[in-house]
Design a protein around this ligand. Structure first.
Ligand code: IZC
Ligand code: ZN
Length: 415
């Protein structure tokens, strides 16, 4: 065999090649291959083994004894938005709660105004910039939500930008329609009518293949559990998979609703009830935990991840990248917060950002593992082993990022 590329001299290889999603305590079981090599042919992984037995290749990348893993999968972002919200930081520091800022017309609604004003071209440029930064941090597949339009035209504009970004950027993007992200001022007294106007878009979004999932913010002052159930039921009837922003700030029972609806994921779950956790653990719904948001909002209500895994839930973690409640593209930082605040082990964390994150966005067959025949999304890290990444926090450890067999990013030496 003459491969296109062979990565040799891998100190520690994590393939994450397991039948996922990986549940509960199994998330703590991790196999590594030492002195490994990976060969790539026609953009796919063609061979995995020991460096001493590696096949010949046109190009050899010497990993220099470093850690190599699958490209990270980021399962929850609000990628496309106009403007930014740094001016709200002082308000947050003064103790004004996130939902109160929203109630006053700031927060999500401030981003909605900026997104309405922005041209598609501007939104695309901004999204590509953030995607570049994600790629530089080792992410090779990303989910992206709309939700800063809250009117038909702007929601479609956002979804079209996601589509263009997917076509023009090397990262793979999975699109989610989050029209039900907040109640716009013009529907303040009639959220049901607003949800109807958003569900009117389902057929067109399906027809134009603009999103695979429909999501809703089930939260006090936003949408109730009953409203969410009716809305998501309609989405399912149109053939969408569903997701829920559940139990982020107030425990309304969004976790239970995610299970009831057969959602592919329930996201946040920071204040999920014991009953919700029990139901989640017994279900196929993946818990997507967003500890960076709790950190960034200055709260201490971290999701009880260990309790969830003790009961055999399958968990993923994510940045929740968005302009208000978690402003970072660095999933490695979130891996550290998961270690420090959720008390997840490094092995659990690696499952949560690879194989399980892929399953949380319906990409379990394509992303999150290094396996023969799969697309070659591979990262070489400036780290000796997998434990090192959550341990050394706040910096970018990516040395080389390979997407579909091609080098996308290489750390530059400055001396
Ligand atoms: O823009 O604040 N929680 N939606 C629900 C968000 C956070 C994003 C934002
Ligand atoms: Zn979110």
């Amino acid at each position: 065999m003459q491969a296109d590329v062979v990565i040799t001299n891998i100190g520690q290889l994590l393939t994450m090649n397991k039948q996922g999603p990986v549940r509960g305590k199994d998330m703590n079981e991790l196999e590594t291959i030492e002195n490994a090599a990976v060969a790539i042919q026609e953009r796919k992984v063609a061979w995995i083994g020991k460096t001493a037995e590696a096949p010949a290749a046109e190009k050899t990348i010497d990993a220099g004894g470093k850690l190599v893993t699958p490209g990270l999968v980021e399962p929850h972002t609000h990628l496309v938005f106009g403007g930014s919200r740094e001016k709200e930081m002082a308000m947050k520091q003064a103790g004004v709660p996130y939902l109160e800022i929203l109630e006053k017309g700031g927060g999500i609604l401030s981003t909605v105004r900026a997104t309405k004003e922005a041209q598609s071209g501007e939104l695309l440029e901004k999204a590509l910039f953030h995607l570049d930064r994600m790629a530089m941090h080792g992410i090779t597949t990303v989910e992206a939500k709309s939700g800063y339009g809250l009117d038909k035209e702007t929601e479609l504009k956002q979804l079209n930008v996601v589509k263009q970004a997917n076509e023009s950027h090397p990262l793979d993007i999975v699109s989610t329609f989050l029209g039900a992200h907040a109640i716009p001022p013009e529907y303040k007294d009639d959220p049901e009518a607003f949800l109807d106007s958003m569900s009117d878009l389902f057929a067109e979004i399906r027809e134009k293949d603009l999103a695979r999932f429909v999501d809703i913010f089930t939260e006090k002052g936003v949408f109730t559990v009953d409203q969410s159930r009716r809305y998501l039921q309609k989405a399912k009837e149109h053939g969408f998979g569903v997701k829920i922003h559940a139990d982020e700030i107030h425990p309304l029972g969004g976790t239970e609703l995610a299970v009831e609806m057969g959602a592919i994921s329930g996201d946040h779950l920071a204040v999920a009830s014991d009953e919700g956790i029990r139901q989640l653990a017994d279900s196929d719904t993946i818990g997507v935990i967003l500890p960076g948001t709790i950190f960034y909002l200055g709260k201490d209500s971290y999701a009880p991840a260990c309790k969830m895994m003790d009961q055999r839930a399958a968990l993923a973690i994510s940045t929740d990248f968005n302009p208000g409640s978690s402003v970072t593209e660095n999933l490695q930082l979130i891996m550290s917060i998961a270690a420090l605040k959720l008390k997840m082990t490094p092995a659990e964390i690696w499952h949560a950002v690879t194989v399980n994150a892929a399953h949380a966005i319906g990409e379990g067959d394509n992303a999150g593992t290094i396996a023969v025949g799969r697309r070659a999304d591979v990262v070489i890290w400036d780290a000796p082993n997998y434990m090192y990444i959550p341990y050394h926090y706040g910096v970018n450890h990516a040395n080389t990022v390979i997407k579909n067999g091609a080098v996308l990013y290489e750390r530059q030496e400055i001396r």
